[in-house]
Design a binder for this molecule. Sequence first.
Ligand code: IPD
Length: 262
Amino acid sequence: MQGSANLNLMMKAARKAGRSLVKDFREVENLQVSSKGPGDFVSRADTAAEAIIREELMGGRPTYGWVGEESDAVEGADPTRRWIVDPLDGTTNFLHGLPHWAVSIGLEHKGEIVAGVVFDAAKDEMFVAEKGQGAWMNQQRLRVSGRTKMIECIFATGVPFGGRGTLPATLQDLGRLMPACAGVRRWGAAALDLAYVAAGRYDGYWERGLHAWDIAAGIILVREAGGIVGPVREGDDVLEKGALIAANAEMFKPLASVLRGE
Ligand code: IPD
């Protein structure tokens, strides 16, 4: 894929931050056994990765706005464009030495996501997409899965932790969906859940209670791979509400119907 200058800049920033995170991840594995644990170290790794990305992106495009998980938002001189960045999606996995986390960078133009990069640095998988250019992983074109029978489908979700208010709704979803499908996975990194739908590894994914930086890049990956992304509750704005359903085009409706209790 011949990416635009913006996409190349996003990939460069993701690789640079990914390299720094991989180095820190090796250290985290050693810190598991210490009595203090790796908590502070991981928040420093997260902040450092965001600083790397911010320097690359804001240095390269100083007029764009910025929304990142770890630093203050910036309203750009160009109000139509902004970066939406999660330097480390899957922080809890990272903290526990589980190699399933990613750098996520989305570019929004006039309220629409036009480019996305999700970089799984531990597995060296770079998922990228640009509006109208398809979705790719390490130069390989991505397509959503072709499954059309719910009983054969594997779906992913996030189960809320630490007393988050969306737990009852998620348990209700699981009660409705699990008897009807081949399985539900909960791997703890929303950006990768979406990338895996784009790659046809999952047939669909849904979650509530997310932030724009968890999902901005993943949304365009799914759409450009031929899938559908929509809100959990009809009419809601996906990025603003942080509640979404993503699936291959055949399975979107049946999955949405089950989750909406229709
Ligand atoms: C989290 C992950 C996780 C999701 C959580 C998010 P973070 O993002 O995407 O899969 O279930 O709701 O907060 O905190 O690791 O960037």
